[in-house]
Design a binder for this molecule. Structure first.
Ligand SMILES: [Zn+2]
Ligand SMILES: [Zn+2]
Length: 476
């Protein structure tokens, strides 16, 4: 006797995509059965998903909630929306797992940083979740054993910036000497580096150049956070990781062809380097900065050329881009557009709700990706790289019953008014060919036909551990 059977004819499993019945008992998948193996009487509830696409719940491995953003009017920073708002939108959009960040500040222990973050999240999230440990600035030697402990406690991914990003955000960058020491710990203890790589000297130089030339409008951001910076910084930090016996790296928000090439060169040498891109990099270029409210398309590093976009799409097919994340920062249009200059623009994006449906449309409908490839990019690979597999990211017996059903009959024009994030969306007017009609988290129906059924206490924290196979060779 099962609690729920979902019967579908396009169910994405490791054995292939096709007609399967997903049988759920409690919070987990009890069986992936051939159609008709169990009759309706053997389940408390049966849902017919014929004609729809059944995938493991989406995973967004890169979001920021309750993120402080400087107010350009002065005073306290503006806090972006919290896990409740972000995860509610994520669930509506078919994403059931979110990874945010616990930021370490000078003078704290990592434990303290994590505990502060727990207060932001515990009992306040509709989706399952975890945090990357975000380090910044000078790393005191006594922090290194704490990184080792954090990895053992289920926080294997450590975010590192090689740049301060803008001249006003000093303190974020970690120098390569300190990164070297962190990598030794990551390599030895089971960790993976989650890297924001830009060449700080080039970026800061370009802020100076454009300021001197009076070209400070944000539409010039691609000249500041440029492709050469991505080339230099990716190659330098990847080379450093190679020197530390091949420390595994997850390159966050790859934005340029140069970044893709650097990852591919390292993978060809056998090093475990993986790439993440964002759906705005796949869909928009720096030309979008010139549109009305062009800031809404921006995130750091920056939007680039259409040739970069092509490289990001090709990188997915060649394996150098493993995941599509959002870099979610959920704030209002007025906050997102408060800055107009190259040095005061807000990064991040509202996008965790449309991500799965937009990527299905782009990948499967427009580019002919297999359902398996699409599922890898929006769910499975993130689970593997971030140490959540096979609990998450797969429809298989024993895995969490996190399931998203995409319905072609629910395809729609994306509009902020119908989303659950904020008062704008960069995808306004986009024609999505599918939309989620059913979302299940650990066996609980969280959303069905647009009706939200979740409870803010449903989300659970995930203890993560990255498989050694992922850490040894570029296996995805
Ligand atoms: Zn970043
Ligand atoms: Zn980010």
């Amino acid at each position: 006797m099962f609690d729920l059977i979902i019967r579908g004819d396009q169910v994405v499993t490791p054995q292939g995509s096709g007609a399967w019945d997903v049988c759920i008992s409690g919070e987990t998948i009890a069986a992936i059965a051939a159609p008709g193996t169990f009759d309706d009487g053997q389940a408390g509830r049966v849902i017919d998903a014929t004609g729809k696409i059944v995938i493991p719940g989406g995973i967004d491995p890169h979001i920021h909630s309750l993120w402080p953003m400087p107010s350009l009017e002065g005073g306290d920073p503006i806090m972006t929306d919290g896990p409740d708002v972000v995860s509610r939108a994520a669930i509506h959009g078919g994403t059931t797992t979110l990874l945010d960040f616990a930021t370490w500040h000078e003078g704290q222990t990592i434990d303290e940083a994590v505990n502060i973050r727990k207060q932001d999240w515990s009992g306040k999230c509709f989706a399952d979740y975890g945090y990357h440990i975000m380090l910044q600035g000078a790393i005191p030697p006594e922090l290194l054993p704490q990184i080792a402990e954090a990895i053992q406690e289920g926080y294997p991914s450590v975010k590192i910036f090689t740049t301060d990003i803008t001249p006003s955000r000093r303190g974020r960058k970690i120098t390569h000497g300190h990164i070297w020491e962190i990598f030794k710990v990551l390599k030895r203890e089971g960790g993976i580096g989650a890297i924001h790589a830009e060449d700080d000297e080039i970026v800061m130089h370009m802020y100076d150049v454009l300021s001197r030339e009076g070209r400070t409008g944000f539409e010039n951001l691609a000249e500041v956070h440029n492709s050469m910076s991505e080339d230099l910084s990716f190659r330098r930090i990847i080379r450093l990781a190679e020197h530390v016996e091949g420390t595994p790296l997850y390159m966050m928000h790859v934005s340029a062809a140069t970044g893709v090439a650097a990852i591919e060169a390292a993978r060809a040498r056998g090093y475990p380097i993986y790439g993440e891109t964002l759906h705005q990099y796949l869909m928009f270029t720096h030309e979008h900065y010139k549109r009305p409210n062009g800031q809404i398309y921006h995130t750091y590093p920056s939007l680039k050329e259409s040739s970069d976009q092509e490289a990001l799409w090709e990188g997915q097919l060649r394996g150098s881009i493993s995941t599509v994340a959002t870099d979610e920062i959920c704030c209002t249009l007025s906050t997102k557009t408060q800055g107009h200059r190259i040095d005061d623009c807000t990064g991040g994006n509202a996008g965790c709700e449309p991500r799965v449906a937009v990527m299905y449309t782009e990948m499967v409908k427009k580019r002919g990706y297999s359902l398996a490839k699409f599922t890898d990019l929006v769910s499975t690979n993130a689970a593997k790289l971030m140490g959540m597999y096979p609990k998450k990211g797969v429809l298989a017996a024993g895995s969490d019953a996190d399931i998203t059903v995409l319905d072609p009959a629910e395809g729609r024009t994306v509009t902020a008014a119908r989303l659950h994030e904020t008062d704008y969306t960069p995808w306004e007017g986009y024609e999505a060919e599918v939309w989620p009609s059913l979302v299940v988290l650990r066996g609980k129906v969280m959303m069905q036909d647009g009706e939200f059924l979740g409870d803010v206490k449903d989300g659970q924290h995930l203890k993560r551990k990255v498989a050694e196979a992922i850490r040894q060779r570029p296996v995805l």
